[in-house]
Design a binder for this molecule. Structure first.
Ligand SMILES: [Zn+2]
Length: 358
């Protein structure tokens, strides 16, 4: 068992981080705001104001963090195999259409118009969860289930970031950045007076110096992380897709299976690893960001809940099962696939049995 699968190890780093946050909060409120600003410089309202501002940020950070872990990355509902081959042909050679009688719930479902597949056009299967992996779904070995739009496992917060808690993750990094900026700016504005007011060594309370160093280090980590994720959202990519594209050699390929509405045939397309990260990109930066943060702008800044609505996956229709976890192909991608069909640029073609039921 890898180290990161052990609960104690997964809790270790987040606990250290929580400890550092508590220490930072204490050092800021007591050593800076109370002892220096409030007591020594006599600027009582400024001291109290800074303390209040910092405590609000700490409450927002811990609140967002708890929700990140409690809500989790989302769990893909079980998707039955796609009806690509005929099934339930009885001894007389007559087909029993599955799902028509309540005694025989269907074992397969009608395939969606577009799905990620292998070179033969078979969808990707998770043996651990016994389900078809929806587009962009990845099995998390840490959590033991399939996560829709899996992004990454965050060591710091101790959970997986996926479709359901992605917005909270972005908000957490943003408010962590604001926390660091707030503390650094407050210390910087009083640093000169603190040095001038002390005759003995050290000229500044060591707690304040440690706090300043901690916030600078965290700002250097959180800042680039936040900006790179803004870029990924604008391009509609997940961290996993970016990493996979980088890691794979240029020879590694990926496949998409698409139902051509014109002739009713399925086409399998081969893609180079580099092309796969732009499968889901839409026209316009805002359209892409909305797919991650939700359509309501004011919720982009409010770290409350998730933008994934609960749904009832108890259905035999792909679109209903996946509900809000369904990934939508862009017009660009469809146009590209149609032009590839016209040019004969596809790996395979076949007639999927279930497409007749559409
Ligand atoms: Zn799985």
């Amino acid at each position: 068992m890898a180290l990161e699968h052990h609960l104690w190890f997964r809790c270790l780093v987040p606990l250290v981080l929580l400890g550092l946050l508590c220490y930072a909060s204490w050092a800021f409120c007591y050593a800076l705001c109370y002892r220096e600003v409030y007591h020594k410089f006599g600027q009582k309202s400024i001291g109290v104001g800074l303390m209040f501002g910092q405590l609000v940020l700490v409450v927002v950070l811990i609140g967002t963090w708890s929700q990140l872990v409690a809500i989790g990355p989302g769990r893909q509902p079980k998707v039955l195999p796609f009806r690509i081959l005929p099934e339930n042909v009885n001894s007389d050679g007559e087909e029993e259409l599955s799902g028509k009688s309540p005694q025989h719930p269907p074992m397969t479902i009608v395939p969606p118009s577009l799905y990620q597949c292998d070179p033969q056009g078979y969808p990707l299967w998770c043996t651990a969860c016994q389900t078809i992996k929806g587009n962009r779904t990845h099995h998390s070995s840490t959590l033991g289930y399939c996560v829709p739009r899996f992004d990454h496992y965050c060591v710091w917060i101790g959970t997986v970031v996926g479709r359901k808690n992605y917005r909270l993750f972005m908000q957490f990094t943003m408010y962590a950045g604001w926390f660091c900026i707030f503390v650094i700016a407050s210390i910087a504005s009083f640093l000169r007076r603190m040095i001038a007011s002390r005759k003995d060594i050290p000229r500044v309370d060591p707690n304040i110096l440690v706090l300043l160093a901690l916030c600078c280090v965290f700002m250097l980590m959180v800042g680039p992380l936040f900006l790179s994720h803004c870029y990924y959202m604008a391009k509609n990519r997940t961290s996993l897709e970016v990493i996979a594209t980088k890691r794979r050699s240029k020879a590694t390929k990926n496949w998409l299976c698409y139902l051509n509405p014109v002739d009713g045939l399925r086409y399998v397309f081969e893609f180079k690893a580099l092309d796969t990260q732009d499968y889901w990109k839409k026209r316009g930066v805002l359209a892409n960001i909305k797919e991650f943060l939700g359509p309501q702008y004011w919720f982009w800044l409010v770290p409350l809940g998730t933008n994934i609505k609960t749904h009832d996956p108890n259905s035999f229709e792909y679109e209903v099962i996946l509900g809000p976890y369904q990934e939508v192909a862009s017009d660009q991608l469809r146009e590209l696939l149609h032009s590839r069909i016209a040019n004969g640029d596809f790996a395979a073609t076949f007639e999927a049995y279930g497409d007749k039921d559409k």
